[in-house]
Design a protein around this ligand. Sequence first.
Ligand code: NAP
Length: 358
Amino acid sequence: MVMVQESITSDLPGEVNKKDPLIPLSLWLDQTSRIMKYRRFGRTEWQVSEVGYGMWGLAGWTNTDKAEVAVALDKAVELGCNFFDTAWAYGDGVSERILADLLKRHASKRLYAATKVPPKDRNWPPVKGNSIRNVFPADYLREYTEKSLQNLDVDTIDLLQLHVWEDAWAGEDEWKSVVQRLKEEGKIRAFGLSLNRWEPENGMEAIRTGLVDAVQVIYNIFDQNPEDELFPLCRNEDIGVIARVPFDEGGLIGHLTKDTRFPEHDWRAGYFCEENLIPTIQHADALKPLVPSGSNLPEMALRFILSNPDVATVIPGMRQVKHVDANIKSSALGPLDQGLINALRPHRWVRKPTSWSM
Ligand SMILES: NC(=O)c1ccc[n+]([C@@H]2O[C@H](COP(=O)([O-])OP(=O)(O)OC[C@H]3O[C@@H](n4cnc5c(N)ncnc54)[C@H](OP(=O)(O)O)[C@@H]3O)[C@@H](O)[C@H]2O)c1
């Protein structure tokens, strides 16, 4: 069915009109919101969905509806999402086991499972000056690889990441030999680092060892710093880049108010403490006038990240079906106009790690 729908398309943002004015709007949106794009994941050569799935919130944040999470995960797979980021620390294995169930439900599809070994001393961010022997000793790395293999119920973990990192550890030999052995034994396919919040350069020495296949880094409209040094190095070394926390834990959704409070046991209660909440609201408010007509702040935030070809996959945390739909639609809409990207550049917000930033 092909027809002209002048009355509807005239309400659309300019870039939508240009796509194909002859296809009815509802059909166009339905079709295009189901087109996932894939990107090469560095030297692993995997083709990963440019919108992946962050699995922290579903096993630790308040107001998680388990039944809806399962539907949201299935929906993501149905819409072409094939990259899932979890960690042992997300509910002490709960999130990993949710991923195991998903892998089983979609056994015919190639889904990539990324998980993380928690620091032995359970410090996020890591304590400066601490020895890697207190954080990731060899026997402990092996023990947690086995735990994750069991939780995920797989023979091989696609991507095993360390959940914190200090570049002072890059010259140590123990972690390197464990990583090499785990690969040789077929327990992991690739190895990565999850870089500490707001320290994108704290991992570059490790990347230069040649043993790191992927990095996970906070990259969003506020946190543009990875563009300075980390991304060029990743390009040169052919490292898969995972952009995490695309919405600044919710700050870039634009719905926080000065009265927003999270329950004490929810990690966001600390992150959005008064010291951070008020400036976050101010920074998000400053972005609102830039949101293109017909779009919204989270969509613009996600498309900002996807506009950067250095990113292989972005992993929004999602527990709701409507968010899966919306975020995959952002991928279908493609990169932002260069003019808008330029206008977003000055909204970079440089922050330093603190006790509440984790
Ligand atoms: N140290 C580390 O390695 C580390 C640290 C943090 C995060 N991560 C990884 O990165 C992933 C993403 O970060 P995150 O989950 O912390 O934060 P995030 O992705 O910045 O924000 C997640 C929040 O955004 C909401 N949301 C998602 N899509 C939305 C949409 N289209 N419209 C409105 N709201 C939307 C989610 O709501 P609902 O949940 O209700 O759907 C959730 O409240 C994590 O899940 C985890 O896999 C790793």
